[in-house]
Ligand binder design. Structure first.
Ligand SMILES: NC(=O)c1ccc[n+]([C@@H]2O[C@H](COP(=O)([O-])OP(=O)(O)OC[C@H]3O[C@@H](n4cnc5c(N)ncnc54)[C@H](O)[C@@H]3O)[C@@H](O)[C@H]2O)c1
Length: 296
């Protein structure tokens, strides 16, 4: 993995899940990582949806401080900053702090995602049977928050004519997420956001890409299957999952790639990046890209 010891990164929504995996892998490559989220040790995580209630728990472990400590233990420097990414004042204060402490930002990872917190246990349903209460967590805590962070970080990158914005999403060759219109809308908008930002940043030497993992064994997914990272192999349904660190390795490889600008505007699958940059998941497997029809 490339050396990121001079990299100043912000990873949004990094108390758990994909964000945590990305932050820790950036740390392993030596980066300074601002770990953001709402959950602190003093203020526990918000409750998740029905799938966790079904398994007897509605709160997941994780805090910005715990992830920041993991980043530092991995070899980087983790800095925990409480930030609700829907709140413009919080987001402005986050980036002000990064500017005061570092004077620059090299990598922004747009990842905070509210969709899972309202998951109702229904995997597929026609849109007219889903409630409008899904709009806010899926769109405002999935797309608006990324635009909000990016429009504050972009001017600093533009001034230096360098930088990378990574937006995590789910994308499978433009296939429709059957029975999940809200999810599909949110993910399509994120992917398009990364593309649109790339067009406007291109003349300024700044890159923007969307990165799509496969099905990840996040704390949410593991709890929904009544298991944990030590025992997931006992669950046949999780056979093709990957760890969030696999996505983290993809982001670290992109951040360390001097040719990353050649990829600007693209949506990149973690399984493809693993082949291209020759990395594996934490268990040594090179998990192929997730394809919807292969899982139908
Ligand atoms: N889990 C998977 O298998 C999977 C697969 C493909 C793509 N993805 C995508 O990866 C991204 C991350 O998903 P995840 O699975 O890690 O989700 P998650 O629910 O496990 O984690 C989301 C993180 O964002 C934080 N967050 C939510 N709202 C926030 C807010 N307002 N301010 C700050 N932080 C906030 C949460 O607290 C949490 O730390 C999403 O775009 C998701 O669609 C996930």
């Amino acid at each position: 993995m490339g050396n990121l010891k001079d990299c100043i990164a912000v990873v949004t929504g990094a108390t758990r899940g994909a964000g945590r995996g990305i932050a820790v892998e950036l740390g392993a490559a030596g980066a300074t990582v601002y770990v953001t989220g709402r959950s602190t040790r003093a203020q526990p995580a918000p409750a998740y949806g029905q799938i966790l209630s079904l398994s007897g728990m509605d709160r997941l472990p994780g805090s910005i401080e715990a992830t920041a400590e993991e980043v530092t233990a991995a070899g980087g420097r983790g800095i925990a900053v409480r930030c609700d990414h829907t709140d413009e004042a919080d987001v402005a204060a986050l980036f002000r702090r990064v500017e005061q402490e570092q004077g620059r930002i090299d990598l922004l990872v747009n990842n905070a995602w509210g969709g899972h917190e309202v998951f109702d246990g229904v995997f597929q349903a026609p849109f007219w049977e889903r409630g409008m209460e899904q709009w806010d967590p899926f769109i405002n805590r999935g797309v608006r928050n990324h635009l909000l962070a990016s429009r504050i970080a972009a001017p600093w990158m533009v001034r230096r004519r360098r930088g990378l914005i990574v937006t995590t999403t789910f994308w499978d060759r433009d296939r429709y997420m059957e029975g999940n219109l809200f999810y599909d809308l949110a993910k399509s908008a994120m992917t398009r956001l990364a593309f649109g930002m790339a067009q406007e940043l291109r003349p300024h030497g700044v890159a923007s890409v969307a990165v799509t993992p496969g099905w990840m064994r996040t704390e949410f997914v593991l709890a929904g299957h009544h298991t944990d990272e030590a025992h997931w192999r006992e669950k046949p349904a999780l056979a093709r999952t990957e760890s969030p660190r696999y996505l983290g390795r993809a982001v670290a490889a992109l951040a360390a790639d001097p040719q990353v600008f050649a990829r600007t505007g693209q949506v990149l699958r973690v399984g493809d990046l693993a082949r291209s940059y020759a990395f594996t998941d934490i268990d040594g497997r090179q998990v192929p890209p997730f394809e919807l029809d292969a899982h139908a």
